[in-house]
Write a protein that binds this ligand. Structure first.
Ligand SMILES: [Zn+2]
Ligand SMILES: [Zn+2]
Length: 378
């Protein structure tokens, strides 16, 4: 697989808008479409490359992943889950994403390529919701998905027992019809048999000629450690089964990571608030901070100011792709105490009394503020 930069392939800038990307793609797709360049392997490869680049950059999630991880984001064979990010590799006319028909309906008023016989199973999408802890550690999840099974009465043929399907009279069994439009000779899925090449005159009563019956199945999905909200896993061949022995579609599992009470994720890093007392902020001291696997001690240096960011190394999320692990950032919030007792008030009043009139270098922020005020009114 070529690893040329997708932006380069489409000839757009990294900052290109969705519209720019679409425009660039259309221009290139028209130029390199195999129907305009028959039997030219080089052009066909180029066309696939363009299509792949567009498939990624036109999808918000995929584009974000590509920007972050590059081609690695879409490599196959991840953790047994059958690849990641999905939608590639189907060649043109693949069931996923590629809307060539869109371009062609504009060019020719509705005559799309028909490379994809519609008896192939369609892709399915399901969503799973997991916690941040689960996303960090990875998990196996069993999900129930709708599917079809072969009809037990007609054994998939769709024809009433004792009868059989006949060759389609429209396409004579080929499943496609040819239409001529302008300079193009186009192939289209046969409208009578929808590509199967067969016509059923006497349909099976149980499945009404479908050859299959709706049911559901359980699939185990291996969700890899490090997965982020919005990413998806492709399980190749686990989508809707095809009809009449055609290949099944793929199953896409869209992962949604629930909001966490304490942590917010940003890339591989985690962020949280860390409230500390005024006294600890001034004098320093050890505090406990939460991580995804238990609490750890963190030393707050003396004279820590509100808003300071403290890093706990290696307590973020492990990368899907490399050995890298993110960090945990604790954002210090110096908390003003409430509901003070008389004794506490007394001590604070005393503290204030002995602080008044002292060198302002003890309160650098206040000093700088007063200096600026001074400049303002001079
Ligand atoms: Zn049947
Ligand atoms: Zn037909």
């Amino acid at each position: 697989m070529s690893n040329k930069d997708y932006y380069e392939i489409l000839g757009v800038a990294k900052s290109a808008s969705d519209d720019d990307i679409k425009k660039a793609y259309r221009k290139l797709a028209m130029k390199y479409h195999p129907d305009r360049n028959p039997d030219n392997k080089e052009v066909e490869e180029k066309f696939k490359e363009i299509q792949k680049a567009y498939d990624t950059l036109s999808d918000k999630e995929k584009r974000a992943m590509y920007d972050q991880y590059g081609h690695a984001a879409f490599e196959q064979g991840m953790g047994g889950a059958g690849g990641f990010g999905g939608g590639f590799g189907g060649g043109f006319g693949g069931a996923q994403g590629f809307d060539f028909s869109d371009i062609f309906s504009q060019m020719f008023g509705g005559a799309a390529g028909g490379r994809q016989p519609d008896y192939q199973g369609s892709d399915l999408q399901v969503g799973v919701e997991i916690s941040l802890e689960e996303a960090a550690k990875g998990l196996k999840k069993r999900i129930n998905i709708p599917t079809y099974e072969e009809c037990g009465v007609c054994h998939g043929s769709g024809a009433k027992p004792g009868t059989s399907a006949t060759t389609c009279s429209t396409c004579h069994g080929s499943g496609t019809v040819h239409i001529r439009q302008a300079i193009f000779q186009m192939q289209q899925t046969c409208p009578t048999c929808h590509g199967s090449g067969k016509e059923i005159k006497d349909p099976c009563v149980k499945c009404r000629g479908e050859g299959r019956i709706k049911t559901s199945k359980t699939v185990e999905v291996n969700i890899p450690a490090g997965i982020d909200d919005g990413q998806r896993i492709r399980l190749s061949g686990e989508g809707e089964p095809g009809r009449h022995g055609a290949p099944a579609g793929d199953l896409y599992v869209n992962v949604h990571v629930k909001e966490h009470k304490i942590f917010e994720r940003n890339g591989l890093d985690l962020h949280c608030e860390l409230p500390i007392s005024f006294a600890v902020a001034a004098l320093g001291g050890d505090v406990e901070v939460p991580t995804l696997d238990g609490k750890v001690k963190l030393n707050i240096p003396k004279e820590t100011q509100n808003g300071r960011r403290m890093r706990v190394k290696g307590k973020g999320i492990k990368s899907l792709r490399s050995s890298a692990t993110g960090d945990l950032y604790c954002h210090v919030v110096v908390e003003t105490p409430v509901n003070l007792t008389d004794r506490q008030k007394e001590l604070l009043e005393e503290f204030e009394r002995i602080s008044t009139g002292l060198d302002r270098s003890q309160t650098p922020r206040k000093k700088s503020f007063l200096d600026k005020l001074g400049d303002l009114f001079d």
